[in-house]
Design a protein around this ligand. Structure first.
Ligand code: KIV
Ligand code: ZN
Length: 387
């Protein structure tokens, strides 16, 4: 089974979600939990962004023992120096340098020709190499960069000393076959590519971040970058829990694993949601409240007979206690009877049928029927039907 490295950027790209601001204590709490989850690399922040972020990255660098700690840096000396300061106490530090390479960014943002982009990035990598053994280089907006130029940039980064080249789909523009093709091309065309790791960094603007990350893996990516719950700039980043569970559930297809401690997924998701204030949508894959909830009678009947009829992942795998059979208007008699037993009622068939009719009537008026509603409904029934 091929090992895929997990680079978690919840504390950096995740923190770039509008409205999110994590202080040092909160970053530390998340970093400890990421260690328990077993991520390989933790991007703790962008030290040049503010003195507070530099201090937070430094605190994470001192605390984390079982993962590489990374600081982001533009391709300029002041940023690299700030990251050196922030990461000086890390057991296993890594610098993450980036510079945009796409025609749109070259023309409007950097106002640089291709040659200047190559020179600026090379100078930054060589400067950083004096201080860092591990350097990741990201050609920002790689997805919209000419493939020939991306090969040239990657070759330069390898020669200058990068140990990882990360391919960001910065604006979530790629589709899986195009994104996979970038990895295949780099693997086939760039001299020295076998000496470094190739990484995929996707954004979810078109809802394809997970699919694109998986396409990258199928085409030779060694590392995926993402965040817990998929938080991040605009529509967010690849959700790490989705890639990890796709690989675990479809090992037969992907032949690769993240090596994460999957049982920590639910807890990590809850912690990140609590500290960032970003609510996880109910229907979010893997970690949404409804991801293991079943409402329709047909599904509930199947679940009561054999869980694999409607669940491809058992909730225990990600650290949840059990699936939920939610009672609503689509629910059937089997799930209702099961609920009555759970609540301690032993009723004969006739009484169950009468209660079920009342339940359906209530469910037509109320979206979710709670345990309290069922109790009330049964007490009402006992009053209605004197012994
Ligand atoms: O999306 C992006 O391009 C980034 C880079 C800094 C890697 O987050
Ligand atoms: Zn990003």
């Amino acid at each position: 089974m091929r090992k895929i490295y997990v680079f978690d950027t919840t504390l950096r790209d995740g923190e770039q979600s509008p409205g999110v601001n994590l202080n040092t204590k909160e970053k530390l709490e998340i970093a400890y939990q990421l260690e328990k989850l077993g991520v390989d690399r933790i991007e703790a922040g962008f030290p040049a962004a503010s003195p507070g972020d530099l201090a937070a990255v430094n605190a994470v660098a001192r605390a984390v023992k079982n993962a590489t700690v990374i600081g982001l840096s533009r391709s300029r000396e002041q940023d690299i120096d700030a990251a050196r300061e922030a990461l000086k106490d890390a057991q296993d530090p890594c610098l993450h340098l980036f510079l945009a390479t796409s025609p749109i960014h070259r023309k409007h943002k950097l106002r640089m020709e291709k040659e200047q982009v190559l020179e600026t990035a090379e100078r930054a990598i060589r400067y950083a190499k004096q201080y860092f053994g591990k350097i990741e280089f990201s050609p920002e907006d790689a997805g919209r960069t000419e493939l020939d130029f991306l090969c040239q940039v990657t070759e330069m980064a390898i020669r200058a000393g990068a140990t990882v080249v990360n391919i960001p789909d910065t604006v979530g523009y790629m589709n899986p076959s195009e994104f996979g093709n970038i990895f295949k091309t780099l693997k086939n065309r760039v001299p020295g590519i076998e000496k470094i790791q190739l990484s995929a960094h996707c954004h979810d603007d078109l809802g394809m971040a997970t699919a694109n990350a998986l396409a990258a893996i199928l085409n030779g990516a060694d590392q995926i970058e993402g965040t817990i719950n998929g938080i991040g700039e605009r529509a967010g980043n690849t959700a790490i829990e989705e890639v990890a569970m796709a690989l675990a559930t479809r090992a037969d297809y992907f032949g690769a694993t993240t090596g994460l401690n999957l049982k920590e997924i639910a807890k990590t998701s809850r912690l990140v949601s609590k500290l960032t204030g970003m609510v996880v949508p109910g229907n979010k894959a893997i970690v949404g409240a409804n991801a293991f909830a079943h409402e329709s009678g047909i599904h509930q009947d199947g679940m009561l007979k054999e869980k694999t009829t409607y669940e491809i992942i058992s909730p225990e795998t990600i650290g949840l206690v059990d699936s939920k059979l939610v009672l609503g208007k689509h629910s059937g008699r089997a799930a209702f009877r099961e609920k009555l037993i759970d609540l301690g009622y032993e009723l004969d068939d006739e009484a169950v049928n009468a209660a079920f009719a009342k339940f359906k009537d209530l469910a037509d008026r109320k979206k979710n029927v709670s345990d309290e509603d069922i109790r009330a409904l049964l007490e009402e029934k006992l009053v209605d039907t004197p012994e």
